[in-house]
Design a protein around this ligand. Structure first.
Ligand code: F6P
Length: 417
């Protein structure tokens, strides 16, 4: 059949989903067909590539999906794809289906898989950064970030209103395993009093004490609503299975330690800590909420639809031009293609920088320490063969990125605790 001999581009979404992924799929399908190629939609990320689970896509398949969250191609994390056998199997599936290039949409795990696949199996891959975390260092933006942040601020606003009625505090933990961008910017936008991210190094005891003192001071001044935003994955030495227990613990401490002691009540009842709320009647009652997967859905914003569409078009253009192993990034408002290896190395260097102080201070918990050592290994793998100048530029880029974050955090600290 003629159509079977026609060259095809494959498209897949992998890792955590992000609003706007469908807009990217739509753009890839439409642009590919306009360019005269066929397009295969691969289901469940790399799993669909390994197990040959895919279908030809036409314009109508992507009709009416631009405003839909999730991904019509579904997503998964595929351990088999990270093995040599898995990659060989996936490459055979590509050849069998006449797939001459892939567009992969996802975060750093997805991109790492793509670069290895293209290098070892010779199938050209172009990446579109799709993750709510905005944690691709070489790109100022990742698809899904804007929608997730708008969802968070609307939820944080809701919390603030009810807090105000009851004179309460809401400690809100937000996603962003490797980056505090979501926490910093939603913290500013929701009028939080305290924002905790690991980009701004802090010691737990001091941060907790400062937070409590600051909220108490505001309460004494008559304030009735309090918001604290904490980024998930803060790697402090809490011996807990759940790394992110930090935010929940902070909420308990605010609830417990704020308020002025009423000496009369205390004298009458004794200083039994269990009675704390009774002899501190004006303490700040504190609730904890984790805004996790609930913010991965939501109607994609204009920013996400437009960026995803533009990146989808560019991905197809790059494949058509014979490019390989590139991820599309936004830098200073412009789309540009960066080597995936370079992008992944920058991510690792950034994470190493970020966690170095915590590591040296012995403040990483077991899991985070393992991650930290893993970053080193990965950095060595991905940057192997890179010139010293490239490596220097990379480190300088990562440092600049961290400095920019800290600059905004410092500005924010003028209006927070
Ligand atoms: O990578 C995006 C992200 O949203 C992170 O912030 C979070 O830690 C992770 O996904 C959770 O992913 P899942 O539970 O879907 O594996």
């Amino acid at each position: 059949m003629v159509s079977e001999r026609k060259k095809r581009i494959g498209v897949l979404t992998s890792g955590g989903d992000a609003p706007g992924m469908n807009a990217a799929i739509r753009a890839v399908v439409l642009a590919t067909r306009k360019a005269g190629y066929e397009v295969m939609g691969i289901y469940e990320g790399y799993k669909g590539l390994v197990y040959d689970n895919m279908k030809l896509m036409y314009e109508n398949d992507v009709d009416n999906i631009i405003d839909k969250s999730g991904t019509i191609l579904y997503s998964d994390r595929c351990d088999e794809f990270s093995t040599h056998e898995g990659m060989v199997k996936a490459a055979e599936v590509c050849r069998k289906n006449n797939i001459c290039g892939l567009v992969v949409i996802g975060g750093d795990g997805t991109l790492s898989g793509a670069t290895e696949f293209s290098m070892t199996q010779g199938i050209p891959c172009i990446g579109i950064p799709g993750t709510i975390d905005n944690d691709l260092v070489v790109s100022d933006y990742t698809v899904g970030y804007d929608t997730a942040m708008n969802t968070i601020i609307s939820m944080a606003d809701n919390c603030r209103y009810t807090c105000n009625s009851h004179r309460r505090c809401e400690v809100i933990e937000v996603m962003g395993r490797g980056a505090g961008d979501i926490a910093l910017y939603t913290g500013i936008a929701s009028g939080a009093q305290v924002i905790l991210t690991k980009e701004v190094f802090f010691e737990k005891e001091k941060a907790f004490a400062d937070t409590i003192a600051y909220l108490d001071e505001l309460r004494r001044g008559g304030k009735r609503n309090f918001t604290v935003i904490v980024a998930e994955g803060i790697p402090l030495d809490i011996k807990s299975e759940y790394k992110s227990e930090l935010a929940a613990q902070l909420a308990k401490d605010i609830d417990y330690y704020t308020g002025d002691i009423d000496p009369e009540t205390e004298a009458r009842r004794g200083a039994d800590p269990d009675n704390r709320k009774i002899y501190r009647p004006n303490h700040i009652e504190t609730k904890f909420v984790r805004l996790a997967h609930i913010v991965r859905g939501g109607i994609p914003t204009l920013r996400d639809r437009v960026t995803a569409s533009r990146m989808g078009v560019m991905a197809v253009e790059l494949l058509n031009a014979g490019e390989n192993d590139k991820v599309i990034c936004e830098q200073d408002g412009k789309l540009t293609a960066v080597d995936i290896k370079y992008a992944i190395s920058a991510d690792k260097i950034y994470k190493i920088m970020l966690n170095k102080k915590y590591y040296e201070a012995g403040m990483l918990n077991e899991g985070s320490e393992k991650d930290y050592l893993k970053y080193h290994k990965k950095y060595e793998t991905f940057s192997a063969g890179m010139s010293d100048t490239d490596k220097k530029n990379l480190a300088a880029y990562a440092e600049r990125k961290l400095a920019e974050f800290r600059e905004v955090a410092a500005e924010a600290s003028k209006i927070t605790g």
